[in-house]
Design a protein around this ligand. Structure first.
Ligand code: AMP
Length: 416
């Protein structure tokens, strides 16, 4: 399957080639034809599946085709995203795919001055990407009207409700014209999402791409048993033994993220923490530095990491395991994207074994246990415990899932 097979017009296929996209991802293959035809789409897919292009390409193509006979000068497409980072990334994708189309788009989000945003809005745009809060602010001040919208995309709808945006979304939807085409994307379908979709979509085409196994397949996963006090030393060891171009390190707390960042900086690794206590400017600067490779490592909490999307992220390191097992899959889905292979390394202390057990239950096969010279878990029986916690069942290769290492070395603590 090629983009040409999906009847994508030449200027867009050329832009996609420039981005290095060879063929459509499954969600693109499934969603693009329906969106081009004019149907509403309800898509269950996560970030990392290529869903941005799945809605951006048909919007661009349809707006481009309708440019000549347009009657109004208002905004024609609205994309709502839950976070500033995601909104910015979506906007960058529109820039990438729309080269040569002469369609204007912009992105508005909170936490920064609104003046540069309103200056662009006043000049007139075709496509608006927005976070709900700032959109409502600008609507209330009369900078934005939604009565000319032809295409509406609600991205990461479940996350939006989770972040408390339900009232804002309802207010925004109420201002949209009844006649429009809608794309609704969500990773999960809790009851309130179903209700919102029902109220918004007309005879939608349902599209599903496997959320869980997709990122994990291309990611080489391993776990080290290491006690809490030794994690920072082990992290240094990992950086010495692995070829790490870019890494996203997850910690459970903001304080933990700051600590790990300081330690990495001390040993000469360019790292920046990205979390809720950082200003919007600092977050954007960190993301930019990461993208242009002046920063090698981002250290993030789960909430702050939402929307971080970097091409060719080589490593995800779980300095601490998440309590919710699905979060592990989200985290490691940041690497190994769109056919690239990636590496996910997790550290598991004694008190995190319950979390590891839950994560392993969710995966088609248990994460491979590795051992680093000089480090062992404090309990002699730790590995046996974990093996016992996970009932043996055939893995994908027909072998029982088992930790792969054996033997123990005397305990030896290293310090940075
Ligand atoms: P998304 O799920 O939209 O956040 O996209 C995930 C990543 O996949 C982004 O870095 C995109 O640039 C990339 N991507 C999207 N579509 C394709 C494709 N057809 N081929 C290769 N990479 C893609």
């Amino acid at each position: 399957m090629t983009f040409e097979n999906l009847n994508i017009i030449a200027p867009i296929t050329q832009a996609l080639k420039q981005k290095g996209y060879v063929e459509p991802t499954p969600i693109q293959e499934k969603a693009i034809p329906h969106l081009l035809k004019g149907s509403d789409v309800f898509g269950t897919a996560q970030t990392g599946t290529g869903k941005t292009a799945a809605f951006a390409i048909p919007i661009l193509q349809k707006l481009y085709a309708g440019q000549a006979d347009r009657k109004t000068s208002g905004i024609r497409a609205l994309v709502l995203a839950p976070t500033r980072e995601l909104a910015i990334q979506i906007s960058e994708s529109f820039s990438d795919y729309s080269k040569g189309l002469r369609l204007r788009h912009t992105v508005v989000y909170g936490g920064v001055s609104q003046n540069p945003q309103t200056t662009i809005l006043k000049k007139g745009i075709d496509i608006l990407i927005a976070t709900p809060g700032r959109l409502i602010d600008l609507m209330n001040q009369g900078f934005i009207r939604l009565d000319t919208i032809e295409f509406f995309i609600l991205d990461e709808a479940d996350r939006m409700l989770d972040m408390g945006f339900a009232p804002d979304i309802k207010r925004i939807i109420a201002k949209l014209p009844a006649r429009k085409q809608t794309g609704f994307f969500t990773a999960t379908i809790p009851q309130e999402i179903r209700a919102l979709a029902d109220s918004l979509l007309h005879n939608p085409v349902m599209i599903h791409v496997a959320p869980n196994s997709a990122p994990a397949e291309s990611v080489n996963q391993s776990v080290y048993y290491v006690e809490k006090a030794d994690k920072r030393a082990m992290l240094q060891q990992v950086f010495e033994s692995e070829e790490i171009e870019t890494a996203l390190i997850f910690t459970r707390t903001k304080h933990g993220a700051d600590k790990v960042t300081r330690e990495l900086n001390k040993i000469g690794i360019s790292a920046v923490a990205i979390h809720g206590n950082k200003s919007q400017m600092a977050r954007q600067k960190a993301l930019q530095g990461f993208k242009n490779r002046t920063i090698k490592v981002l250290v993030a909490t789960d909430i702050a990491s939402r929307g971080i999307d970097v091409d060719k992220l080589t490593h995800v390191i779980n300095f601490e395991l998440p309590e919710v097992p699905e979060t592990y899959v989200h985290r490691i889905g940041r690497t190994g994207r769109a056919g690239e292979s990636g590496t996910a390394i997790s550290f598991c202390a004694s008190e995190e074994r319950g979390s590891l057990k839950d994560i392993n239950k969710l995966l088609p096969r248990a994460i491979e246990v590795k051992r680093m010279n000089g480090f062992v878990a404090s309990s002699h029986t730790a590995l046996d415990m974990v093996a016992a916690e996970r009932p043996e069942r055939p893995s994908f290769h027909g072998r029982p899932a088992r930790p792969s290492n054996s033997g123990q070395r005397p305990f030896q603590r290293k310090r940075w």
